[in-house]
Write a protein that binds this ligand. Structure first.
Ligand SMILES: [Zn+2]
Ligand SMILES: [Zn+2]
Length: 430
């Protein structure tokens, strides 16, 4: 059987928007066509307690919430931040996604965190280590609690990811030491996709998964990335087994150029950038990687980091023509309708049209209709011709984000135009 997974989210304890309501999540999972959703922040004392009280295990390691649904289920999950000293006066710090088989594992890990004096008052516990060796030992100690615990480098290419531009490393081993051999799966994150990551030689045999990393049931966020996986049965161990053995059917990816850290630059509003932001494609970045406007080091984008890593590991800094891993690039449907109608995604007409589609076909399945079926389906729902055209444009891949995402800014959707990233070269102030 196949399951659609979104295994990385956050509760209200990780900052951002307020408390997450799991019944809203179930409703959103139905609209999106997700089967299994990560609870987020499972180590947080208050959120963990809430989960323990309200979730009921109905398949091994998979939980229903207040018996609201027996098909939309939750997996226990958290993100943690780890850090260790690297070089002189610098630390490497990055995020890890942890998948958990049961509450017992959570209790045991929380005990270790207490022993290690890990700060656990926000959603992401912060595991500060004295050395790379200690980090590797501690991650191994977590896995010793239960071998089915899975530790996955999260959003690997963002500044907070293992390959991010802050205190950069050239390989997984530099960041994980002896634990690197345990890394079987990596999370692509919003700013990267299989096309970008397949440039990096050491990721050749890893499984790529995609998750939304959402902080709310906002329909632009939940399920904006997901993983479709082939499993033996509906259980935690079958899912982990499938992920470890790359039984991924495909991933649904956010458009990389929309991702907030795609290109190198400094965003508008930063000190010294009151008037305009500045961005560069990798070929245009100044050699000293300093900003010509404010003189500070530029925030290096995902594309540039991926090119650098490819070269350091003996690969080519060029996006592959075809990828080994299957994936589709989507635009959150509600955002697409909003852009097409020139209204906000929360406005009533946008919401109404969105629900018209997803009450007939969940969003993840909608994108898998062929063009003819999709056109007929939308005509039958009395969609206007111009909207049908816009949706079909996206289905055909004729869209891009311009300006691209850079230095924390999301890219802006442009329908009807595709940009070949291999040929694209640009710098500018916006
Ligand atoms: Zn993160
Ligand atoms: Zn600057």
């Amino acid at each position: 059987m196949e399951l659609t997974l979104d295994l990385h989210s956050h509760s209200g304890y990780s900052g951002g928007v307020g408390q997450i309501d799991l019944s809203d999540m179930i409703h959103a999972m139905e609209l999106k066509g997700l089967d299994i959703f990560g609870t987020g922040d499972a180590f947080h004392p208050a959120w963990g307690k809430f989960l323990k009280t309200n979730l009921k295990e109905i398949h091994e390691g998979l939980f229903s919430y207040q018996n609201l649904s027996d098909s939309k289920l939750f997996m226990l999950q958290s993100e943690i931040i780890v850090s260790f000293p690297m070089g002189k006066n610098k630390r490497k710090s990055f995020h890890l996604l942890i998948l958990l088989p049961d509450f017992h594992s959570i209790d045991q890990i929380v005990k270790l965190f207490e022993k290690w004096e890990v700060k656990n008052t926000i959603g992401r516990p912060f595991l500060v280590c004295d050395s790379l060796v200690q980090l590797a030992e501690r991650l191994a100690a977590l896995k010793e609690i239960n071998p089915m615990i899975e530790i996955i480098p999260a959003h690997v290419m963002t500044p907070q990811g293992v390959f991010g531009s802050v205190s950069p490393v050239d390989s997984l081993e530099e960041a994980f030491g002896s634990f690197s051999k345990e890394i079987k799966i990596i999370e692509t994150g919003l700013s990267a996709d299989p096309e970008i990551l397949e440039m990096i030689p050491e990721l050749k045999d890893k499984t790529f998964i995609s998750n939304s990393d959402c902080h709310s049931s906002d329909l632009r966020r939940i399920g904006r990335e997901y993983t479709k996986v082939r499993v033996k049965d509906k259980s935690y161990s079958s899912i982990i087994h499938a992920l470890r053995n790359d039984e991924v059917v495909y991933t649904g990816e956010f458009s990389v150029s929309e991702g907030r850290f795609f290109l190198t630059g400094h965003r508008k509003g930063k000190k010294g950038h009151e008037e305009s932001g500045i961005y560069f494609t990798p070929d245009k970045t100044p050699e000293d990687k300093k900003c010509p406007d404010c003189g500070k080091p530029l925030t290096i984008g995902v594309l540039e980091r991926a090119y650098e890593l490819a070269v350091r590991q003996g690969g080519k800094p060029k996006l592959p023509k075809t990828t080994r891993r299957q994936f589709i690039t989507m635009v959150p449907l509600i955002e697409l309708i909003a852009v097409s109608m020139k209204k906000t995604h929360t406005s009533k007409p946008v919401q109404a049209l969105y629900h018209k589609i997803v009450s007939n076909s969940p969003e993840t399945e909608f994108w898998f209709m062929d063009e003819k079926t999709m056109g007929g389906f939308l005509t039958e729902l009395s969609f206007e011709e111009s909207m049908i055209e816009d949706i079909l444009s996206v289905k055909k891949g004729n869209f891009s984000y311009f300006p691209f995402g850079y230095d924390g800014e999301y890219g802006k959707l442009v329908i009807g135009e595709k940009i070949d990233l291999n040929l694209f070269s640009s710098e500018g102030r916006i």
